[in-house]
Design a protein around this ligand. Structure first.
Ligand SMILES: CC(C)(COP(=O)(O)OP(=O)(O)OC[C@H]1O[C@@H](n2cnc3c(N)ncnc32)[C@H](O)[C@@H]1OP(=O)(O)O)[C@@H](O)C(=O)NCCC(=O)NCCS
Length: 166
């Protein structure tokens, strides 16, 4: 089932004022409890990030329905390889899961990167996160296999080659 009336858009500097609401929503969606101090710190960091972000290098996409946040995902250019882009921070409100919100968000991130000249989009997820792995595979990512990241966590590397990039 698609989410009816869903809007996906990249945040712009004028959206800095919603950063606190977004941080509060995201912490609930991730199932993590934040202190008031952590919320204020993260909201400020997000507002600063939105205000200073270079649209050629990064976009923070938010999905909303009737004005309510239902999902978010960030897409950004690799610091060393300019044709490689990355997904991060993908999360969907638990009440809206299995309704293709993440599929639509990731597709929008891929379109964004493609429009900026990306030749590939990469992502990583925890090995036990089958929902995320299947979601990525469903939108065309290739599973490149398991690795241990710098924090010692077991991850899966995923990559989507954009064959029709400019
Ligand atoms: C992973 C996550 C983003 C998926 O969001 P979603 O909007 O529910 O995903 P979609 O509805 O677009 O799912 C598309 C496909 O992915 C797979 N999938 C999604 N959730 C799944 C689950 N819980 N179990 C198995 N497969 C799943 C299915 O193949 C699904 O297609 P189907 O519903 O026709 O079977 C969501 O579960 C979430 O926010 N999880 C917590 C945060 C997280 O793990 N983020 C990813 C970090 S890399």
């Amino acid at each position: 089932m698609m989410v009816e009336g869903m809007e996906i858009r990249a945040l712009a500097p004028a959206d800095a004022e919603i950063s606190r609401d977004l941080i509060v929503w995201a912490s609930v969606a991730w199932g993590s409890e934040l202190t008031d101090e952590q919320i204020e710190q993260r909201a400020k960091r997000l507002a600063d990030g939105i205000a200073s972000a270079a649209p050629d290098k990064v976009a923070f996409l938010v999905a909303r329905r009737a004005g309510v946040f239902v999902g978010q995902c960030r897409v950004f250019q690799d610091k060393n390889e300019s044709s490689q882009w990355w997904l991060s921070g993908l999360v969907v409100d638990p009440a809206y899961r299995r309704q293709r919100v993440a599929t639509a968000l990731v597709a929008a991130c891929i379109d964004y990167a493609r429009n900026k000249g990306a030749s590939a989009v990469r992502s990583e997820t925890d090995v036990e996160n089958l929902a995320s792995i299947r979601l990525h595979e469903g939108v065309g990512f290739e599973n490149l296999g398991q690795f241990t990241d710098d924090d010692g966590d077991e991850k899966v590397a995923l990559q989507l080659i954009l064959r029709d990039h400019r």
